[in-house]
Design a protein around this ligand. Sequence first.
Ligand code: PGA
Length: 243
Amino acid sequence: MAQKSKYVVGNWKAQLTPDACASLAKELSGLKSPSDCNVWVAPPTTGFNSVISTLKGTSIKVGSQNVWPKSGAFTGETTLASLKEIGASFSLVGHSERRHVFGESIALTEDRCLGALAENFTIIFCVGETLTERESNQTNKIIENQLSGVITRATSEQKKNLIIAYEPVWAIGTGKVATIDQIAVVHAFISTMTGGSLPILYGGSVTPENFGEILNVPNVDGGLIGGASLKVESFSKLVQLAV
Ligand code: PGA
């Protein structure tokens, strides 16, 4: 049986100005685009114009770091309609920085995700436990709380556009990558919860040095990468490992 294509998704967070986004996109556009790997990037919204136009014609897809499904009086939001119009292909929802730095609730992340899925938009829905939650053996319970609303309410047709990212909060941007066993256990749990049909990405201090091993873990379909996606050298190494 042919292997499922892997995902290498760069999350540029709020790390780059529009000019810096344009330079990185220009460097990425020179990469040989592999057809058997999903290479996606999520720049800050202020960088969209240049990134989308520069990557047009390559196989690299561009998405946003959050989405709100409705247009209207929603100050500060990035709407689904505008993402579609500029040619964005996907959005992250529920990233740990949205949940923990900006206080987004489970209900809000569900509304964002289900609203976008209902409009045939692809969502990478992020889940993950804090260190305190892991140390008090609550990891599975936390993941279940964050994920179950989306899983039970999305239709099977809508789930075709749904990707899950497991990102332990304590591993994000800290250099502390989860162990292979920890990743295997949570990915197996998510796979069971989601009926084994959705791609599941790992995120949290992924680098070219650890990604090969992580990709070999059962139920890992790729990575959601912050720091190592900001330099073309490391990002292209990640892509090579996933091909
Ligand atoms: P990191 O970020 O690779 O810098 O740990 C991952 C993420 O937040 O998606």
